[in-house]
Design a binder for this molecule. Sequence first.
Ligand SMILES: [Zn+2]
Length: 656
Amino acid sequence: MRSLWNDDEATQYPDDLGLRVYTSRLLGRDKSLVLHGGGNTSVKLRQKNLFGEDEDVLYVKGSGWDLETIEVQGFSPVRLDHVQKLASLDALPDPEMVNQLQSNMLRASAPAPSVETILHGCLPYKYVDHTHADAVLAISDTAQGERLIREVYGELCVVIPYLMPGFDLAKYCAREFPRQKTGRTVGMVLLNHGIFSFGATARESYERMIQLVSAAEAFLRGRGAWPISFPPAQSAAVEPLAQAQLRRRISDAAGVAMVLGTCTSERTLGYARHPRIGQISQQGPATPDHVIRTKRTPMLGADVDGYAREYQRYFARHATAAPEKKTMLDPAPRVVIDPAFGLAAAGRSAKDARIVEEIYAHTMDVILGAEALGGFQALPPGDIFDVEYWDLEQAKLRKSGKPAEFAGETVLVTGAASGIGKATVASFLARGACVVGLDLNPAIVELHARPDFLGLRCDVTDERALDGALRDAVLRYGGIDMLVLNAGIFAASRKISELGADEWRRIMRVNLDANQALMRLCHPYLKLAPHGGRVVVIGSKNVPAPGPGAAAYSASKAALTQLARVAALEWGADRIRVNTLHPDAVFDTGIWTSEVLEQRARHYGLTVEQYKTKNILRTEVTSRDIAELATAMCSSLFSKTTGSQLPVDGGNERVI
Ligand SMILES: [Zn+2]
């Protein structure tokens, strides 16, 4: 493991707290040290208060912050003497601990201090760094863990047996650390949990972390256990429909729509086909706090009901032993391991699913490393249960607000790089959906850089390309719940007597044939949507009120509308709703340049402004208006509506 310390970078962080931010970020940058909110750091500073008196303040990572991106505001300033005094109490219930820490902060708006604050306060060093390093866990999570850890570190680290994080652990360390430490001590290992390093400067504490973890890696390497070698795997045969069925069953078990990302790689396949996968994967997480994301064990194979029943038994077994009443979390798996496709990760959002996938990628390293040392051994289920159902976690759960409207669902939008399609993408993203955008324009790929957006360059008239896009979409998110048929072309005005067969066919191919193909290909996925499938067709005012010169366009949109109506009839029994919007005069799209607008306005003897609002309500209709309505049509507001056609045109006499 290499130190990432860089003198040039470090000079941008001028003071002791700034350097605490800097080296925290260095730790966060290496995923084999900490993952997604895991680990924590602190610095003890002497400061003058309002009255000019000296005060010792512990700045400790606040909850909700990630080390990789932490800022000064992410550290909670807590009165150090109070924190240290808390450790002298015989007992301190978790809610009171949280209350004590929060009411002894020096900045009211600071985040809640880490649950490991008291432990940081009791370690007699200015800087304290704590990680859940893979290499340390690979050694610790074995039957001989304690002996091996002592062999690696000797006097360098104090070794503490596993205790639940929080007050009891802090109290134990406050007592044991001074007893065990020697002149050579630079760190502390919490067995089956992680490692601490300390120093007088940010750099010293950070570099010691790197040295300690490097020592663990060297030890593993010496035993042929590092870097991790994965058993070779033959190529996979991943079937998108099977993944969508799996995602549906997982969503049903969870009681809500879930995202399921499939991760097929040499690593995941090799792991899934490990001869002892049944034993090694079913023991527990690499470090207890991963349980919040991954659940205690992955599901092996596809028996979701069996997994859920086993989870209910696990809950019942341990909840009765708990001092307070526990509320069971949903019993659906978060990690799925299957020799057919490798690994799949489930979450309420694309981001959650990706976090699960990343955590499990490191769990595989730890497990296989430990296996090479003689055998992975996780903590007993009861210890994991205590963290999974920790009061503080349960409280967070009770407080967590309403989920986003389309959380866990995926929509596919065609023509998504500009105009109505682009606005529709934004509208769905804002309501928590995963969005797959298709467009001929390569800009679609980079329209949004976020885990819940997948932009695919695709010619919708090419059925093979559509098939490939659906496959990518389903493997990324687990299904397609909603479809917005927006891609379409509009040709220059031409009378029927001058309309050639080629142009007619070209317009029909894009506006009609492609949509029929896409509907057919999406039907099996829409049918599996946990909350029912939804299709929104972007029609046109030209359907109810055609105009001269647009025969091909009007006929294609009319046929598309009829297609949607028949789909509403045929698919109702599959719980799929199909509705159509008829927009008119949407000028903020790529087709309408200011020159074209001016030309059209002149043609009618109007100003551009008058031309844009040439409707009964005298209002301008924008892409966003159409997008918002398309989104609403997929929401529960329209749950009892199918086969409808709704104008979005500011009011049109001919349509009314
Ligand atoms: Zn920890």
